[in-house]
Design a protein around this ligand. Structure first.
Ligand code: ZN
Length: 331
C-alpha cells in the first residue's frame, strides 16, 4: 500500500463518483448516509433502510479497499491524456497484478456504461450549436466566416500498434490504413493492430474500434452520434457522407500542386477554410498515450478507447452534468 495514501480522501472521491453516477434511490431520494464498519452499504436517512451501494455498479464484490478504486479513478483523471496502466496500479498500491488489472477493467466498464450518456449530452450540445436552419454555403466556397465561433466537428481514423514495419503484414486484400492492422492470410490473418474511428470537436471525443474504413462500418457510427445538421469536416475518405450530412465538407490531403516543382499543393492541409487539425492533434495525443500500454489486444480495444474518451469527456462535461443526464433516463 502507498506509505501515505490518504484513505479518507480517496474514500470520499470514490463515494462521490459512485453517488453521482450510480445513485442508490430510496424514498425518492438518493441514500447516502454511511454505516459504520460497513463500507459497502448506505442507509436511507428517511426510512433508515440499508442498501448495498456497490451491487448495481461495476464495483460489486470489490475485494480491495474502496479508497484504492478512488485513487485509481482520480489518478487517471488527473493524468489524462496520459494513462494509468495496470502495472503502475500494482506498484503504487502494492497489490497483485491480477487485482490491479481487475480494478482497471472495472473502471473501463464504468466508462463503457457511461458512453451512451455522454453521446446524449453531445447530441444535445450539437443540436444547439447547429440548429435546423443552419447551413453552409455550397461546396467549393470559403466557409471560414460561416464557421467563425462555431465548434465544428472533425472525424478521422488512426491506427494503433500497426503492422507497418513488422513482418507478415496483409498487403493485397485491403487498402491503406486497414492493411496495416491485419496479419497476412499465410500467417493466420488475424487482427493485430487497432483501427480507431475518432469524432471530436476539440473538447469531447468519441472513439470506436472498427474493422475497416467502409461506409457500412463508419456510417452507422457517425449517424448514431451526430445530428443531421452537424457541421462536419473530414478528409477524402468520407465521400459517401455528403448525401446524409448536408454540412459535411472534405479536405484533400493529396491535392496536387499546379507548380510542377512540387508534388503536393501548399493548400493540402486547408482548402476554403476546411481543415482537419483538431483530429490530427488528438491523433497524436492518443498515440502517445497508448504507447504506455506497449500493446493492447484488439479484443479489448473498445474498453481501452472508451476509458480514454471517458476521462476526456469527464473533463469537458463534469461529473455532476453526467450524473444528471444519467438520472434522467430512469424517470
Ligand atoms: Zn428509504
Amino acid at each position: 500500500m502507498l506509505p501515505n495514501l490518504n484513505t479518507q480522501y480517496y474514500q470520499y472521491i470514490f463515494n462521490h463518483v459512485l453517488s453521482s453516477l450510480y445513485p442508490v434511490i430510496c424514498c425518492n431520494e438518493p441514500a447516502t448516509r454511511p454505516i459504520k464498519n460497513r463500507p459497502a452499504d448506505v442507509r436511507c436517512s428517511k426510512c433508515l433502510k440499508q442498501h448495498s451501494k456497490l451491487s448495481n455498479t461495476p464495483f460489486r464484490n470489490l475485494r480491495i479497499p474502496q479508497a484504492f478504486a478512488g485513487w485509481a479513478i482520480e489518478e487517471s483523471y488527473i493524468r489524462h491524456p496520459k494513462v494509468l496502466t495496470a502495472m503502475e496500479i500494482q506498484k503504487q498500491l502494492g497489490i497483485s497484478y491480477k487485482s490491479a488489472l481487475n480494478l482497471k477493467r472495472r473502471i473501463q466498464i464504468m466508462a463503457c456504461q457511461m458512453m451512451p450518456v455522454m453521446k446524449r449530452l453531445i447530441r444535445k450540445e450539437l443540436e444547439q450549436e447547429f440548429p435546423k436552419d443552419w447551413k453552409l454555403p455550397p461546396d467549393g466556397e470559403n466557409v471560414t466566416p460561416h464557421v467563425y465561433n462555431k465548434n465544428v466537428v472533425h472525424a478521422d481514423t488512426l491506427v494503433l500498434y500497426s503492422m507497418k514495419d513488422r513482418y507478415g503484414r496483409k498487403r493485397h486484400k485491403n487498402k491503406g490504413l486497414t492493411s496495416s492492422i491485419y496479419r497476412s492470410d499465410k500467417l493466420g490473418g488475424e487482427q493485430v493492430g487497432t483501427l480507431v474511428h475518432q469524432i471530436t470537436n476539440g473538447k469531447w471525443v468519441l472513439l470506436d474500434s472498427i474493422p475497416n474504413l467502409t461506409a457500412n462500418v463508419c456510417g452507422p457510427i457517425i449517424k448514431e452520434s451526430l445530428p443531421r445538421n452537424t457541421c462536419l469536416f473530414t478528409d477524402r475518405d468520407y465521400t459517401w457522407l455528403y448525401r446524409i450530412y448536408p454540412n459535411h465538407r472534405m479536405v484533400n490531403h493529396s491535392l496536387k500542386s499546379s507548380d510542377k516543382r512540387f508534388k503536393y499543393s501548399r493548400d493540402r492541409w486547408c482548402q476554403n477554410g476546411v481543415h482537419n487539425q483538431k483530429s490530427e492533434g488528438l491523433n497524436n495525443s492518443i498515440k502517445t498515450a497508448f504507447r504506455s500500454y506497449t500493446f493492447t489486444n484488439p479484443k479489448f480495444s473498445t474498453m481501452y478507447l472508451n476509458e480514454w474518451s471517458f476521462f476526456r469527456n469527464l473533463r469537458c462535461f463534469g461529473l455532476e452534468e453526467l450524473g444528471k443526464e444519467k438520472a434522467s433516463e430512469i424517470v
